[in-house]
Design a protein around this ligand. Sequence first.
Ligand code: FAD
Length: 378
Amino acid sequence: MNFRLTGEQELLRNEAQKLAREVFKDRAARWDQKAEVPWDNIKLLAEQGYFGLLIPAEYGGSGGSIMDLALVLEQFGWACVSTTMYVFSSNVHANRIAQLGSNEHKAKYLPEIAAGRVLPCHAMSEPQAGSDANRIRTSAVLDGGHYVVNGNKCWISRGAVAHLFLVDVVFKEREKSEKGLLIIERGTPGLEIGKIEPLMGHRGSPSTELLFRDCRVAVANRMTHGDFQSSLMSMSLSRCCNAAIALGVAQRAYDEAVEYLQQREAFGKRLADFQGLRWMIADMAVKLDAARLLIYRAAVNATAGFPSETEAAIAKTFANEAALSVVSDAMQLFGANGYSCAYPIERLYRDVRGFAIAGGTTQIQRNLIARRVLGRRR
Ligand SMILES: Cc1cc2nc3c(=O)[nH]c(=O)nc-3n(C[C@H](O)[C@H](O)[C@H](O)COP(=O)(O)OP(=O)(O)OC[C@H]3O[C@@H](n4cnc5c(N)ncnc54)[C@H](O)[C@@H]3O)c2cc1C
């Protein structure tokens, strides 16, 4: 396995790092404090082509790899999670369309997503179906050339601002009933954007309910290869990318802590000279490196558009928990300043928490890993 970055990847990472540090870093507190959508950043990202990293060149993207995306997400996550989540969803959901959609879906939506004119989101969770995604009930009943969609979705990240919804539904056609993905455009009669859920973190990326009431959607919007198993499998890319952003947040907390320990003094010496604190920093460095290598492995081994389910689950589990631990330790090293809203650590602490729940909890990832090792439970 070769993790050495190509010259192009180094350039891509360095450019993303520059944008993150020179522009996104100082704006991050604003989106968080006001729970404001980072439109200025979204505009910039669209202009610079970051929404089309994974989109094939023939559809207006740059045809990059999952590794390219992971490198960029880590850099942006370092500066501003709210902003990064838009790069995440445009690329991850465009990839779903590229891999599971029809040629018509690709031609219609991918160039718009690449240009940042269409923001997509994914709607799977329902009040009774989170980890147990098989229990979704939102139905799509065939009626002539349309499906009639009814049901409620919840926790839909960026649902309040998205133009395109990739919705997991139960298709009902005569006697047949099967789950799969349906593309629904904003403004379709019968689709109502519900209340915005106030969140602890990711506050510039509003989470909403979606309410479908006799919402008529053309049969052609059913994703060609979007059966439920494929929809679940496609989560492996979300998981790998979720892990990369969590890693970026943890790297930021670590960088802040390293700098702080070298400036702050106690008992007549720098905090950086206390053995116990030096070992904390060493443990944080070990966790960051290990998480990064697991993410890189899942990314470089990806075939047919998605990382392997098991490698993505391993990377997500380790990176999510390593990130929680690193950010928590950084807060401890900052003392009261870590708990203060005048420093960035408390925002990182709130932002990093969501990654171990979103995209399938770390418990569910362990179930996937154990199933691969031991087979299904009897
Ligand atoms: C920041 C954020 C963004 C999100 N964005 C989206 C989105 O864009 N689209 C979307 O569809 N959803 C989204 N979600 C919802 C997310 O997918 C669910 O929250 C997640 O799948 C868990 O479901 P739940 O909240 O219903 O918890 P539950 O399923 O009720 O689980 C509760 C607890 O029980 C554990 N548990 C459940 N079943 C098992 C089991 N079999 N074995 C062991 N432990 C188990 C879970 O790990 C968890 O700790 C988001 C959530 C968050 C926090």
